[in-house]
Write a protein that binds this ligand. Structure first.
Ligand code: SAM
Length: 222
């Protein structure tokens, strides 16, 4: 992946995004900031949105879903406090953008997406960008991915009515889970730290995500 301005015309847009949207709002983890300055967000959206790729808002992707706002991606990733050796589970691959950020910061990333078409596009793009430590899985991530558990960190990019028991069970001792919890119209982003088998909770901030649809999430609309 290149950050050479001649080959990547968006590198200066990314640096502006990092300074103006992330550092200005308190994101301070240098590793997260460097990853956000490196990953080419425009590649994860349709070319018709490239001129908006580094703006401060979500952008539509296929299947009526969205790529999350850069600040929210940075905030959730920072809360996971990754130190480079973790095994991470991401629920809700979407475009694969946050997957790439996580892959920059962790040893291995498993990412699960309920829409097969999104998972396929994201896996191919991540491979093209050179990420070898990522595996995208199609399925209901509200039940986690038990075959590769336990995870040192879990991040959920869709809103759940409660913290899914399966995700709590698949979190390693000492692990951190970041998840938006609440009704579809407004949620609280929660950080759950597993300390001696007990959940130590911290509210991060108010947020709004698409719903987590699944067995331990919201039921699909019929
Ligand atoms: N962080 C992603 C990105 O950078 O593009 C954005 C994710 S988008 C806000 C949420 C994703 O969660 C959607 O792609 C949606 O299909 C997916 N999703 C919803 N419920 C799910 C479930 N039970 N299992 C897996 N994925 C789910």
């Amino acid at each position: 992946m290149s950050t050479d301005p001649d080959r990547d015309p968006y590198s200066s847009e990314r640096l502006k995004m990092v300074a103006g949207q992330l550092q200005a709002r308190g994101i301070a983890d240098e590793r997260v900031l460097n990853a956000m300055a490196k990953v080419p967000r425009h590649e994860f959206v349709s070319a018709k949105y490239w001129d908006q790729a580094y703006e401060d808002h979500p952008i539509p992707i296929a299947e009526n879903q969205t790529i999350s706002q850069p600040y929210i991606v940075a905030l959730m990733t920072e809360a996971l406090a990754l130190g480079s050796e973790e095994k991470v589970l991401e629920v809700g691959t979407g475009s694969g953008y946050q997957t790439a950020i996580l892959a920059e910061l962790a040893r291995k990333v498993f990412s699960i997406e309920r829409h097969g078409s999104l998972a396929e596009v994201a896996q191919a793009l991540l491979a093209r960008l050179g990420y070898r430590n990522v595996r995208v899985i199609v399925g209901d991530g509200s039940a986690g991915v038990p075959e590769f558990a336990p995870y040192d960190a879990i991040t959920v990019a869709a809103a759940a009515p409660n913290i899914p028991e399966a995700l709590w069970q698949q979190l390693a001792e000492g692990g951190r889970l970041v998840i938006p919890v609440g009704p579809p119209e407004a949620q609280e982003l929660q950080l759950v730290h597993k300390v001696n088998g007990t959940a130590v909770m911290r509210r991060i901030e108010a947020c709004r995500f698409v719903p987590l649809i699944g067995e331990q999430g919201y039921k699909p609309e019929s």
